[in-house]
Design a protein around this ligand. Structure first.
Ligand SMILES: NC(=O)c1ccc[n+]([C@@H]2O[C@H](COP(=O)([O-])OP(=O)(O)OC[C@H]3O[C@@H](n4cnc5c(N)ncnc54)[C@H](O)[C@@H]3O)[C@@H](O)[C@H]2O)c1
Length: 334
């Protein structure tokens, strides 16, 4: 039985506690939440669970084996480091930390102490992403050419991170997971319409050393909510609409053939449109999979799917995007 503690019972923390509470080898022993008004909610939902105001009291509880950190991004590094040094396995919310150096240091500590360090890249555990991985690995789309994601809505303005840091971690983790290709560089642009230097609209292009390309559109200031990704291959193309209740993925047997007319120096393109295929997806809640993977990784010494190296790769792209935005879209090598 693993005794688990959670730090941060705000918006996302309750979802984590709910999913850990139903795992068979886990006891949610303690929750630390700085805001006293949230304590009533905890004791109502989880009577018998120890409640702390100070996270260090939870981290120093010798009974606790593993800690989930669901606090704002800037605090991830400090809390995870304290927990790892106290000998606890750690599941960190996404994005892993605010900088590449911080993520690397946490990975080093976890390795030295032989502890599991995992990042909640929830989307990797969805039926949709698992199905896309299967289709791509089976080469059903052919050679991948582009990944184009849009994650926009009238969203909550974050006080500490821009729209890319807030919204793109999911899509970057999906991109890195699906595409067996290492990102080379980033060009990002964005603007702050609130004059606080925190971009509420941002665009990022991730370049590769071959002709694959990825693009991200993130915004808190869109009148409509869009959560969609296009993935193009040279034999089929896929549309992933996360707002669809069940038919989230459509695979289009659509493509083109091209040949060049050397005399006229023109490209001749023939288009092909065929059937649309809607695969059946697993409906298991993704966070249930996250919780199960964390627990099994501790119990059976296995490497989780959303391991710390995956978390670090996401932070590398975000950090490069930040440099690029502040340098008017300059290409930054990752
Ligand atoms: N995986 C996902 O899909 C997903 C979705 C939403 C949020 N998140 C992530 O979850 C994290 C938290 O986001 P949120 O929206 O729940 O934030 P939030 O502000 O609603 O909640 C954070 C809570 O942590 C508490 N807290 C902060 N520092 C603390 C400390 N040292 N000790 C005790 N309590 C402390 C705050 O009082 C607050 O209640 C972020 O990293 C965010 O990116 C992930």
């Amino acid at each position: 039985m693993i005794k688990l503690g959670l730090i941060g019972f705000g918006y996302w923390g309750p979802n984590l506690v709910r999913n850990f509470s139903v795992q068979k080898d886990v006891l949610v022993t303690a929750i630390a939440e700085a805001k006293l008004e949230r304590h009533v909610q905890i004791s109502k939902g989880y009577p018998g669970t120890l409640i702390y105001t100070n996270s260090s009291d939870l981290i120093n509880n010798l009974e606790v084996d593993a800690i989930v950190v669901a606090t704002p991004v800037f605090s991830h590094y400090k809390l995870a480091k304290e927990a790892l040094l106290a000998g606890k396995h750690v599941l960190l919310e996404k994005p892993m930390t605010s900088s590449v150096d911080e993520s690397k240091e946490l990975i080093d500590i976890a390795k030295k102490k032989n502890l599991v360090l995992m990042v909640d890249h929830t989307f990797l555990y969805t039926g949709a992403v698992q199905k896309m991985k299967e289709l791509i690995d089976q080469k059903q789309l052919g050679k991948l050419q582009y990944f184009d994601s849009t994650r926009i809505n009238l969203g909550l303005f974050q006080p500490d991170v821009n729209a890319l840091w807030d919204l793109a971690p999911h899509d970057i983790s999906i991109l890195n997971y699906l595409v067996n290709n290492k990102p080379y560089s980033v060009n990002s642009t964005g603007v702050s319409h609130t004059n606080n230097g925190i971009e509420n609209v941002a665009f990022m292009t991730v370049n590769y050393q071959d002709d694959f390309i990825a693009h991200f559109n993130c915004s808190w200031t869109s009148p409509v909510k869009v959560r969609s990704t296009l993935i193009g291959g040279d034999s089929k193309m896929l549309v992933y609409n996360d707002l669809e209740p069940s038919e989230k993925i459509r695979v289009y047997d659509t493509g083109y053939y091209h040949s060049s007319d050397e005399e006229k120096n023109k490209i001749m393109v023939d288009y092909r449109t065929g059937d649309v295929f809607i695969p059946k997806l697993s409906t298991q809640e993704a966070l249930y999979g996250v919780a199960l993977d964390f627990i099994e990784s501790i119990l059976y010494s296995k490497v989780p799917l959303a391991n710390a190296e995956i978390g670090l790769e996401v932070v590398k792209v975000l950090e490069a995007s930040q440099k690029s935005i502040k340098n008017k879209g300059k290409e930054i090598i990752i």
